[in-house]
Write a protein that binds this ligand. Structure first.
Ligand code: ZN
Length: 138
């Protein structure tokens, strides 16, 4: 059986890291499925889905990491062409990508003890993000 749902979250942009685990668990519960895989997909090119331990120190470390990898103020051809100032955000999103797959058994996601599903929004403005959740299971 395949169940498709959507989750919406408001982000602040600027490498905002938003925990999603609770909402994903809720969607899985509502699906009534017991075992299978849950796919999360973010339609967009300036944000990613990934997992991390969601604690303030690491959240700051991750923001610092992305600033070193693709600094906001560097020159980007994308900005020169479109003047939207988010070239860094598109480049950062390339690295990790827009989707994530999590297996589940007996109605429970097989996440690690400290592992949270998160959305990282790199864009240079607040966004309302839609995440597609597609669950394939029985
Ligand atoms: Zn852009």
């Amino acid at each position: 059986m395949v169940v498709t749902r959507k989750i919406q979250v408001e982000t602040k942009g600027h490498t905002d890291i938003v925990p999603l685990t609770e909402q994903v668990v809720e969607v899985l519960k509502e699906s009534g499925l017991s075992s299978g895989i849950l796919c999360l997909f973010l339609p967009g090119t300036t944000a990613i889905l990934t997992t991390t331990e969601f604690e303030p120190g690491l959240v700051k470390d991750i923001k610092d990491f992305w600033e070193r990898i693709a600094p906001v103020t560097q020159f980007y051809e994308h900005n020169a062409r479109w003047q939207d100032g988010n070239g860094y955000a598109h480049v950062r999103a390339q690295v990790s990508g827009p989707s994530l797959v999590v297996p589940f058994v007996e109605g429970k996601l097989l996440l690690g003890t400290w592992q949270d599903i998160v959305l990282v929004d790199f864009d240079n403005r607040p966004r309302l993000r839609t995440i597609v959740v597609q669950i394939v299971g029985e």
